[in-house]
Design a protein around this ligand. Structure first.
Ligand code: ADP
Ligand code: ASP
Ligand code: MG
Length: 411
C-alpha cells in the first residue's frame, strides 16, 4: 500500500469549513488505497496572534516559554482535523510533535530536527488510521518544547516522509504550485511544472516562502519527491525533484524577493587588516547570521562596510556594530530597514553567460540603484530600495521569463 504524507498550510485549515474540506480531501486519498500521514499548520493568523501575545507580555520574551506558547496553534488544528475525519467515518488519531516524538536540538524558536521515533505512527497506520501530526513543533532530549522557525510545518512533513520512507510528500497550500515569481506581485507569473532541489533551495532562501528552506534541504539530502499544489483545486502542481539535463536549458527559472532584511553600515572605518574580522566575529558570537557584505574602495585610509541581517536581528546587530565602531575608531553606524533583495535563479546560469549584465541593465532602465550584489553559480541577487521592489520584480520577470526564452539548436 503506498504511503503519502500530506501537509496542509494555515490558509488550507483557516476556518471550520476549510478543515471539513481538507478532511474530505484526505478521505479521497484513503479511499484510493493509500496510507496517509497528515501534517497540519495552525489555522491562518493564529501563529502571528500567539507571537503578538508573547510580545505584549515582554519586549524580549524568554525563548523557551515563547515556544511553549507559539506551538499551541498546531495542537488545536490537528485535534479539529481528526474530529472532522472521524465524522466522515475515517479512523484518525492526532499526535503532537512530542507524542510522535520529534526530537530537536535546543535552539528555541528555530530548532532543527535530530531524531524521529516511528514506532507510534507505524502502529497507528497498521490499525488503519490516518495519523494527523502537528507541524512546526518538537521536543528536546530534556523534554522541552521547541518550534522549527516560521514555515516549519513544511520541514515536519518532509522529515516524516523521509523517516517513514513515504512514496512522496504533498504540500497543500493556497497557490497552485511554485511560480516563476510570487503570484501576488506578478500577475503574469507562471506555474513551474518541475524544479530541481537546488533551484528551489535558492528560491526559498532568497525569500520565496512557499517552501521553508530547511524542508527543501532535507528533501534534497534524502531524495524525497515533493509535490506542491493547491488545497482548493485538483490541478497538478509543481514537482520538486533531482535535476535532469533538460533543466539546464532554462537560464532563469524564477525571480525571488526578500523584504525581511535590514542594511547596517559602519562609516569611515580605518582600512587595515583585522577590522572586518573584529566586526563579523562579534556578530557571529551573538548567533547573528550576516547575509550580504560590501566594503567600499578606501579613501584616504578609510572605508565604509555595509552588511545585511534579518530584520528580527537588526536591533542587536546595530548595537554590536556601534560597540565595535567605538573600539576601532569608525565615525558612525547607519541603519536602513527599507531595503529589498531581488534575485534571479536558474540552473542554466552555469552554462550561459551574460545574465548579470542583463539584470543590472533592467534595473538601470527602471532607474533603480543597486547597493550590493551577491552571486552564486545559479543565482544573482541585488540589494535595492524597498519601494522599488515591485517594479524591479515585474521588470525582471518580463525580461527573463516572459521574453527571455533562449532557443537551443543542435549545432
Ligand atoms: P502555507 O500557509 O500553505 O504554508 P505560505 O504562506 O507559507 O503557505 O506559502 C504560500 C505563499 O507563498 C503564497 O501565497 C505566495 O504568496 C507565496 N510565494 C512567494 N513566492 C512564491 C512563488 N515563487 N511561488 C508560489 N508562491 C510564492
Ligand atoms: N504555524 C507556523 C507558522 O505560521 C508553521 C507553519 O505554518 O508552517 O510559521
Ligand atoms: Mg508555509
Amino acid at each position: 500500500m503506498p504511503l503519502i504524507v500530506q501537509k496542509f498550510g494555515g490558509t488550507s485549515v483557516g476556518s471550520i469549513e476549510r478543515i471539513k474540506n481538507v478532511a474530505k480531501r484526505i478521505k479521497r486519498a484513503v479511499d484510493s488505497g493509500n496510507k496517509v500521514v497528515v501534517v497540519s499548520s495552525a489555522m491562518s493568523g493564529e501563529t502571528d496572534r500567539l507571537i503578538n501575545l508573547t510580545k505584549e507580555v515582554s519586549k524580549k520574551p524568554d525563548p523557551r516559554e515563547y515556544d511553549v506558547v507559539v506551538s499551541t496553534g498546531e495542537q488545536v488544528a490537528i485535534g479539529l482535523l481528526a474530529i472532522a475525519l472521524k465524522d466522515l467515518g475515517v479512523d484518525a488519531v492526532s499526535l503532537t510533535g512530542w507524542q510522535v516524538p520529534i526530537f530537536t536540538d535546543n535552539v528555541y524558536t528555530k530548532a532543527r530536527i535530530k531524531k524521529i521515533g516511528i514506532r507510534r505512527i507505524n502502529k497507528e497506520l497498521e490499525k488503519g488510521r490516518v495519523v494527523v501530526v502537528a507541524g512546526f513543533q518538537g521536543i528536546t532530549e530534556n523534554r522541552n518544547i521547541t518550534t522549527l522557525g516560521r514555515g516549519g510545518s513544511d520541514t515536519t512533513a518532509v522529515a516524516l516522509a523521509t523517516a517513514l520512507n513515504a512514496d512522496f510528500c504533498e504540500i497543500y497550500t493556497d497557490v497552485k504550485g511554485v511560480y516563476t515569481a510570487d503570484p501576488r506581485i506578478v500577475p503574469n507569473a507562471k506555474k513551474i511544472p518541475v524544479i530541481s532541489y537546488e533551484e528551489m533551495m535558492e528560491m526559498a532562501s532568497l525569500g520565496s516562502k512557499v517552501m521553508q528552506i530547511r524542508s527543501v534541504e532535507f528533501a534534497a539530502k534524502y531524495g524525497v519527491k515533493i509535490h506542491v499544489r493547491s488545497t482548493f483545486s485538483e490541478e497538478e502542481g509543481t514537482w520538486i525533484q533531482e535535476e535532469n539535463e533538460e533543466m539546464e536549458k532554462v537560464v532563469v527559472r524564477g525571480i525571488s524577493h526578500n523584504l525581511k532584511e535590514s542594511k547596517i553600515t559602519v562609516v569611515n572605518v580605518p582600512d587595515k587588516p583585522g577590522i572586518a574580522a573584529k566586526l563579523f566575529k562579534a556578530l557571529g558570537d551573538a548567533n547573528i547570521v550576516v547575509d550580504m557584505i560590501v566594503q567600499n574602495v578606501s579613501h584616504k585610509g578609510h572605508t565604509d562596510i555595509s552588511f545585511t541581517v534579518e530584520k528580527t536581528d537588526a536591533d542587536e546587530a546595530e548595537e554590536i556594530a556601534k560597540e565595535v565602531a567605538k573600539e576601532i575608531g569608525a565615525s558612525a553606524v547607519e541603519r536602513n530597514d527599507k531595503i529589498a533583495k531581488v534575485s534571479v535563479v536558474g540552473l542554466g546560469m552555469r552554462t550561459h553567460s551574460g545574465t548579470a549584465g542583463k539584470m543590472f541593465n533592467v534595473l538601470a532602465k527602471e532607474g533603480i540603484n543597486i547597493y550590493a550584489i551577491s552571486t552564486s553559480e545559479i543565482k544573482i541577487s541585488c540589494l535595492i530600495d524597498e519601494d522599488k521592489a515591485e517594479d524591479a520584480i515585474r521588470a525582471l520577470h518580463k525580461e527573463f521569463i516572459e521574453n527571455g526564452k533562449i532557443e537551443i539548436i543542435e549545432e
